[in-house]
Design a protein around this ligand. Structure first.
Ligand SMILES: O=C(COP(=O)(O)O)[C@@H](O)CO
Length: 255
């Protein structure tokens, strides 16, 4: 049976409400949104979360938040809680993106707390892990990914019904302007290692998506690799045509 990949995008700090509306309108006009051959997901900025969730309600597209706190409520200025994400219509929380780790003090410890809280609230936890350029250059990629994966999963209550964690391998050196996308074979090997680690920790392997300069030129080669369970896309998917074009290519290649 052909795999049904998760293919999604985070808009990061982009899009007004009007731009969000236009993106959602284009998505809803595509048969790909129903998700028969791929699970689409969209992660808008907090300002557009409820608007996008309402617009895409019933479309088959999963809507998520770019972060969420480990408490359900409290004096945490500037944060939003997983309870509020769910209340706004979100079904997924992205956690631990390298931009959060680099610029906003996110640590393995806070990633663990946030992941557990997302699962506790019945949300899909999409946890980003990735080696820095220094770790890659020093041959420390495997150790870095092991450390991050073990930490992220360490506080999850796996007895909760439907507990769902998806990992996203995003080499820090591959993300954003100037990033070098990972060679698909290299990425697939890292995914195999990560999945084997989750199997040893949990008794089952978790899905692992690839992110980091995914584009129309590499998306199919990445998505058709045996250990790559989907794609997590930034710039190439910030316009609906680009996002839907990559989804169409991937589902066509997977059959
Ligand atoms: O950061 C990501 C990839 O961004 P690109 O612009 O595709 O390099 C990933 O988390 C999706 O936002």
């Amino acid at each position: 049976m052909p795999k049904r990949p998760w293919v999604g995008t985070s808009w990061k700090m982009n899009k007004t409400l009007a731009e969000a509306d236009a993106f959602c309108a284009a998505l809803k006009a595509s048969p790909l949104a129903a998700g028969e051959k791929a699970q689409l997901f969209v992660i808008p900025p907090f300002t557009a979360l409820s608007r996008v969730a309402e617009s895409l309600s019933g479309s088959g597209v999963v809507v998520g938040a770019q972060n969420a706190h480990w408490e359900d409520a409290g004096a945490w200025t500037g944060e939003i809680s997983p309870l509020q994400v769910k209340d706004a219509g979100g079904r997924l929380v992205e956690i631990g993106h390298s931009e959060r780790r680099t610029h906003f003090g996110e640590t393995d410890a806070t990633v663990a707390l946030r992941t557990a809280a997302a699962v506790r609230n019945g949300l899909v936890a999409l946890v980003c892990i990735g080696d820095t350029a220094e770790e890659f250059a020093g041959g420390h990629t495997a150790a870095a990914l092991k450390r991050q994966t073990e930490a992220a999963l360490s506080k999850v209550d796996w007895t909760l019904p439907g507990a769902t964690v998806i990992l996203a391998y995003e080499p820090v050196w591959s993300i954003g302007e100037g990033g070098t996308p990972a060679e698909p074979g290299f990425a697939d090997e890292r995914h195999a290692e990560i999945k084997a680690l989750t199997e040893s920790l949990l008794g089952r392997s978790l899905p692992v998506l690839y992110g980091g300069s995914v584009n129309p030129g590499n998306a199919v080669d990445l998505a058709t690799r045996p250990h790559i369970d989907g794609l997590f896309i930034g710039r190439s998917a910030w316009q609906p045509e680009g996002y839907l074009g990559i989804v169409a290519d991937v589902v066509a290649a997977l059959g």
